[in-house]
Write a protein that binds this ligand. Structure first.
Ligand SMILES: CCCCC/C=C/C(=O)SCCNC(=O)CCNC(=O)[C@H](O)C(C)(C)COP(=O)(O)OP(=O)(O)OC[C@H]1O[C@@H](n2cnc3c(N)ncnc32)[C@H](O)[C@@H]1OP(=O)(O)O
Ligand SMILES: NC(=O)C1=CN([C@@H]2O[C@H](COP(=O)(O)OP(=O)(O)OC[C@H]3O[C@@H](n4cnc5c(N)ncnc54)[C@H](OP(=O)(O)O)[C@@H]3O)[C@@H](O)[C@H]2O)C=CC1
Length: 306
């Protein structure tokens, strides 16, 4: 594991492939035997951990993402572990690229059983300053891209009359997400899109669920300033960040037959951040410092606050 700062208040980033390859799991060997699983953003972070876990459990893996180098590196690791894997560089933001991806995968693997929509991301900026191009880039990736993938999956399963399963990676958005409003809006869209199609697609035997991570140490942390990283480990009552493995196990559970009666659900894997704690993507503004808030109270309320 690499320490990005040398400062103990900033979480270390990432687990290694070696950790993912050997970490014990409660899931039974062979759980995904004979299943083809498509993982978007499978070249890094949560997607990579998920691909390795599912590969260990017998899945044939299909990885997509924009950067061919990241996909090849993940595929090399999976091949060493004995998994069958193919890689498909593309952007989920292009509906044509999504259609071509599904055609290639059906051609190569004969079909898909589980779709993990993990690809996504954002940049931190005060909402008041976000430009239309930036807003659109984030919504296009996280909401539109996920929708194109979900719809392509459902069309495939309808055509071949096979059951299907979708797991969407969103975020723990339940109290809003200051400084990343675009991604909060997009993830809320995915949660309610998922609840909607969980009903519409139940007659097609398709389950649709979401996993909502809290702050999870991955390569993605490299996109945020030190002030943000320091707040990430204080963003939940457990006072620590989670690992990509924590999310991979939740995805594997929802993608497996063990979750066969679960659809339209969102599983929070967030150390309890729904109840307490806030990540600040650009650092905590002075207004929200406890001492600052107390200093602004009138004297009689200051007494009560003590
Ligand atoms: C619940 C707790 C969560 C806690 C922590 C969460 C952590 C994570 O999610 S980690 C995983 C994250 N991984 C990433 O976020 C990946 C990095 N992000 C991106 O790749 C970009 O942000 C992207 C999503 C916008 C990529 O789209 P792309 O089209 O490639 O974007 P461009 O670079 O071309 O930019 C388009 C447009 O967006 C605005 N913009 C982009 N970056 C910034 C920035 N850092 N600050 C301000 N604005 C930005 C900008 O308007 C860009 O257009 P131009 O002005 O013409 O450059
Ligand atoms: N880490 C965390 O704390 C949290 C993460 N999440 C979400 O979990 C998911 C995984 O993040 P994480 O593993 O941490 O970070 P990463 O940045 O490592 O993963 C994001 C992945 O998405 C892929 N991706 C991004 N845009 C596109 C696109 N347009 N088309 C195809 N692939 C794309 C990237 O691949 P490439 O660059 O090759 O395109 C990359 O592999 C993301 O959706 C993230 O926002 C949610 C909450 C918290």
């Amino acid at each position: 594991m690499s320490d990005i700062s040398g400062d103990v208040s900033v979480p270390e980033v990432g687990m290694s492939d070696e950790d993912f390859a050997h970490r014990p799991t409660v899931l039974r060997e062979g759980t995904f035997e004979g299943k083809v699983v498509l993982v978007s953003g499978g070249g890094s972070g949560i997607g990579r951990a998920t691909a390795i876990l599912l590969g260990r459990l017998g899945a044939r893996l299909v990885l997509c993402g924009r950067d061919p180098g990241k996909l090849e590196s993940a595929a090399a690791c999976l091949t060493r572990l004995g998994a069958d894997v193919s890689t498909h560089p593309m952007s989920i933001r292009s509906p044509d690229a999504v259609e071509a991806l599904f055609a290639e995968v059906v051609d190569r693997h004969g079909g898909i059983d589980v779709l993990v929509n993990n690809a996504g991301g954002q940049f931190a900026q005060a909402t008041i300053d976000i430009k239309p191009k930036g807003w659109n880039a984030v919504v296009d990736t996280n909401l539109n891209g996920t929708f194109y993938m979900m719809q392509a999956g459902a069309r495939h399963w309808r055509e071949v009359a096979r059951p299907g399963c979708i797991v969407n990676v969103v975020a723990a958005i339940w109290r809003g997400m200051p400084q990343v409003a675009h991604t909060c809006a997009a993830r809320a869209g995915v949660v309610f899109l998922s609840k909607t199609v969980a009903t519409e697609w139940a007659p097609l035997n398709i389950r649709v669920n979401c996993v909502a991570p809290g702050t999870i140490r991955t390569e993605g942390f490299g996109n945020y300033p030190r002030e943000a990283l320091a707040s990430f480990s204080q963003a939940n009552p457990m006072l620590r960040t989670g690992s990509a493995w924590d999310i991979a196990e939740a995805i594997a559970y929802l993608g497996s037959d063990a979750a066969g009666f679960i659809t339209g659900e969102t599983l929070n894997v967030d150390g309890g951040s729904q109840n307490w704690g806030d990540p600040w993507f650009l650092g905590r503004p002075e207004y929200f410092e406890l001492n600052y808030a107390e200093a602004r109270l009138p004297t009689h309320l200051k007494e009560q606050a003590r």
